[in-house]
Design a protein. Structure first.
Lengths: 337, 313
């Protein structure tokens, strides 16, 4: 246990320079925007007085490195700036919207893992069988389909033609009252409140976006599972098991167990990617998540929401990587020893 | 010459998917080049009396909500999409690849160069920690919306991939005897890198290039879909899908479905070409493929022609 804690501490030390780098790049992005950041921050309706006082508090008259210190100081105090569109602090907006994105992305990732690992294992069992060919084709075509278009196809088939899915307008039916926010994820909050109507509605709204994201992002997991399990089945310990007469299914299970570290790696990379990668699907379904908020910001030159989102998702990716490093310790006894 | 053609034909028979990939890319390229000759209508002129006409008749793919011919627009679109994607990808390979070659070549030395290459790699880490798509739109937002900016965004987002790829290639090549020999023979570092290291490290880079052109098309379309890329009257797949978005929900599927399908097929084609380059560039895999091509299909074709002649009798 102490060893794991020590490992974690060492890992956290490496996070600090990375975080600083992320903050620096986002700062440079703001600086490279033409025009007065104070005007950008206050929006087109700002009075000259308000602009002048904001310039003062942002330290825009100071040299660049002092501006950077002020920027870092503000972030450390939880001040990510204000969105002139919502006229609210960006941090508040993001805290409200991030769970929506997280709920969508987490469920999509679960679907991708189930599809990818299952197909991958079956494909690895017979490298030249029909499942392997199907998996190959699936991987190639899933990578080629634009997710926003695939989502649109799903809407056309399941909403417009068949009428099975609810209208692609948000996370819950208009007439259903959203549950009291506790975690921010509607399905969990509805269950905690014991509101089955709200739960059903939230779940129904999740189906199509989760299908779109989950099915299209299963490709990398599938490829990684297939490749590593195949390699494990081809290695000495598997051959030995086969020679000893261990049942085939058990041999495959042991191969999968040994392939887990690389599969976990690809899943973690995908998790970080999806936080930003879900943006387009969010827009198609009017999801109201953090990604959509950021895109609105970009399109209306409301830059602070964009920076806030970039920071949030970069930090989220870093956190996922740390958790994954801990999972390695659990999965691979060679590391913890 | 004839031998090469027949070998290609045999490879196409045993790996039909490779042939499909090259075919798709060729067709899209031809459509883009000949678009002014093929397109029945102007890609940007609207016929407002004829909006949302369903496919068939005088409009093969129908018309969109302002009355522009979807078929004409869909075959003009690769001109923009392919140009942006290819320029962006080539730029990212040049940028990432050259830095990667230098970093790989100098990272095992001593002194300041090691520190610089360490710093470059950490900078790449930081760049890759950003969400790709949001980073791209933030770039477009801060540099101003134009075709050049989309090209730059693609180049910037993909450069770390080539940086890593080239670096790992060069790292393994660096200790090769022929590289040492060229240094011993008095070539400067620059000459050694450009004449002996880079040519031998190119194979995986080429495979990645083709795959990345596909991604570049996807990114261009995605940026245009949200309105941060190519603007509306210019024919571009992503903005066409966006224009038809509301119509799909109410049942007029054609304004979005045709451009989306063409987009998906094109990206699919580029992925297949990338997969084929990956095989052809790897000496071991290439040998196996060529052996297969020389033996099996010949037998199969002979058997087929034998069967045919028997049937004729």
């Amino acid at each position: 246990m102490m060893r794991v804690l020590g490992y974690l501490a060492k890992r956290l030390v490496f996070v600090i320079p990375q975080l600083l780098g992320i903050v620096l790049v986002s700062f440079l992005l703001v600086k490279s925007i033409p025009g007065d950041p104070a005007v950008l921050m206050l929006g087109p309706t700002a009075t000259p007085d308000a602009v002048a006082s904001l310039r003062e508090s942002l330290g825009l008259e100071q040299p660049l490195y002092i501006q950077f210190f002020i920027y870092v100081k503000n972030i450390l105090h939880g001040d990510l700036g204000t969105s002139w569109q919502t006229t609210r602090p960006v941090l508040e907006d993001l805290v409200q919207r991030f769970p929506a994105t997280l709920e969508l992305v987490t469920l999509s990732l679960l679907l991708a893992v189930v599809v990818g690992v299952t197909l991958g294992v079956f494909a690895a069992k017979q490298p030249n069988g029909w499942v392997a060919r199907l998996a190959d084709l699936y991987g190639l075509s899933a990578g080629a389909l634009p997710d926003f278009w695939f989502a649109l196809v799903l809407i056309f088939v399941f909403y417009t033609l068949l009428g099975w899915a609810p209208a692609p307008l948000g996370r819950i039916d208009m007439i259903v009252i959203p549950p009291e926010p506790i975690t921010g994820a509607y399905t969990i909050d509805a269950l905690l409140a014991g509101d089955l109507d709200a739960f059903g509605s939230a779940l129904a709204h999740l189906v199509l976006p989760v299908l779109a994201l989950g099915l299209l992002n299963a490709g990398p997991i599938l490829k990684m599972t297939q490749a590593t399990v195949e390699k494990m089945l081809d290695s000495d310990f598997s051959r030995y098991e086969v020679l000893c007469g261990v049942p085939h299914n058990l041999v495959v299970r042991h191969a999968l167990r040994n392939a887990l570290p690389s599969i976990v790696t690809i899943i973690s990379v995908l998790y970080g990617y999806l936080i930003g990668g879900a943006v387009l699907v969010e827009i198609v379904f009017s999801w109201g998540g953090a990604g959509q908020y950021a895109v609105q910001g970009v399109l209306n030159s409301d830059i602070y929401p964009v920076l806030g989102f970039v920071l949030f998702s970069a930090i989220f990716s870093l956190m996922v990587y740390i958790v994954v490093d801990l999972i390695y310790v659990l999965l691979d006894p060679r590391i913890s020893n | 010459m004839l031998a090469i053609v027949s070998l290609c034909a045999r490879i196409a028979v045993i790996r039909p998917r490779f042939a499909v990939g090259y075919l798709i890319v060729a067709i899209v390229a031809i459509l883009a080049i000949l678009a002014p000759l093929i397109a029945p209508y102007s890609p940007t002129e609207a016929d407002s009396t004829n909006f949302l006409q369903s496919p068939g008749g005088s409009h093969l793919f129908g018309t969109d909500n302002v009355g522009m011919d979807i078929f004409s627009r869909a075959i003009y679109a690769p001109r923009i999409d392919l140009t942006i994607a290819i320029l962006g990808t080539v730029l990212s390979a040049l940028l990432g690849g050259s830095i990667g070659a230098l970093v790989g070549y100098y990272s095992s030395g001593r002194g300041i160069r090691v520190w610089v290459s360490f710093a470059v790699m950490r900078a790449a880490d930081v760049l890759q920690a950003f969400p790709v798509f949001v980073f791209a739109i933030a770039l477009v937002a801060s540099l101003g919306q134009s075709i050049q900016t989309v090209v730059l965004a693609i180049a910037f987002v993909n450069a770390p991939i080539y940086l890593r790829l080239m670096r790992s290639q060069v790292l393994s090549l660096r200790s090769m005897r022929y590289v040492e020999a060229s240094t011993v023979n008095g070539l400067s570092d620059f000459q050694t890198i450009t004449r002996h290291v880079i040519p031998n490290a190119m194979a995986p880079v080429l495979a990645q290039l083709s795959i990345n052109v596909g991604w570049g098309i996807l990114l261009t379309a995605a940026l245009s879909f949200i309105g941060a890329g190519v603007r509306a009257p210019t024919p571009e797949w992503g903005s066409m899908i966006a224009m038809g978005f509301q119509n799909v929900v109410t049942g007029q599927w054609w304004p979005s479905m045709f451009p989306g399908a063409m987009l998906a097929i094109t990206v699919f084609g580029f992925s297949l070409v990338g997969a084929s380059i990956e095989v052809l560039a790897d000496p071991a895999k290439r040998r196996q493929l060529l052996n297969d091509a020389r033996q099996r299909p010949a037998g199969r074709a002979a058997a087929a022609s034998k069967r045919q002649s028997l049937e004729q009798v």
